[in-house]
Ligand binder design. Structure first.
Ligand SMILES: Cc1cc2nc3c(=O)[nH]c(=O)nc-3n(C[C@H](O)[C@H](O)[C@H](O)COP(=O)(O)O)c2cc1C
Length: 194
């Protein structure tokens, strides 16, 4: 049997297991994601903090079993993401609502969508589901596909979600990337006392 990979973060401090276990996988199995689990993942995202509790996020998704919708989203991905993302169980577009209800620009909107996306990823991890965020997509194509007014709402990234499969399933260069270890800058490089 082919092995499945664990790329749990090796940390200097006792970082929570859930955070250590999240990583951006590329090899996805055929197993679909149950709608109830997907709803749980989106609800977890909604419990992120946001300026004025404006919750400036939206998500549009397609299960792989919904071939037509899935292909519409998949077609928006850059060539470097398409070969492996085609096996995702679900593709999710993360969108940002740029204005508050009163029409004023929300300067914190992107920050808050990032927070929601982090929670989305961690809830997925807790359910044994991997997420892989992708900035490599054609923004204009998504705007057109969804008939968005980019002064109001814009796509931020597209997530691939799915259950992990063996790295050996991937072609190169994706297999090597899947097998490469993970690293982070040491805490003292980015956090200091005033
Ligand atoms: C905004 C954003 C854009 C990204 N775009 C891509 C992408 O287009 N393709 C890709 O393979 N990974 C992409 N990634 C994944 C990052 O490369 C990955 O999160 C980073 O290398 C850290 O690895 P880890 O998530 O496994 O900890 C993106 C991540 C973020 C947050």
């Amino acid at each position: 049997m082919k092995s499945t990979l664990v790329k749990k973060a090796v940390t200097e401090n006792p970082v929570h297991e859930l955070i250590r276990s999240r990583w951006s996988a590329r090899s996805f199995s055929d197993k679909p994601i149950a709608q109830a689990d997907l709803d749980t993942i989106f609800e977890a995202a909604s419990w992120a903090f946001s300026a004025m509790n404006a919750q400036p996020w939206e998500y549009v998704y397609a299960h792989r079993s919904d071939t037509e919708a899935f292909e519409k989203l998949w077609n928006c991905l850059m060539p470097g993401n398409q070969p492996w993302a085609k096996n995702a169980a679900v593709l999710v577009v993360s969108l940002v609502k740029k204005k508050f209800e009163n029409g004023n620009l929300n300067a914190a909107a992107l920050h808050d969508v990032g927070a929601a996306n982090a929670q989305l990823s961690l809830q997925a991890t807790a359910l044994g589901i991997h997420t892989h965020p992708m900035g490599g997509f054609d923004k204009k194509a998504v705007i057109e596909l969804m008939n968005l007014d980019p002064t109001e709402v814009e796509p931020v990234l597209i997530f691939a979600l799915g259950y992990l499969d063996a790295a050996e399933k991937l072609e190169e260069p994706f297999q090597s990337r899947e097998l490469t270890g993970r690293s982070r800058n040491p805490v003292e490089e980015f956090a200091e006392q005033l």
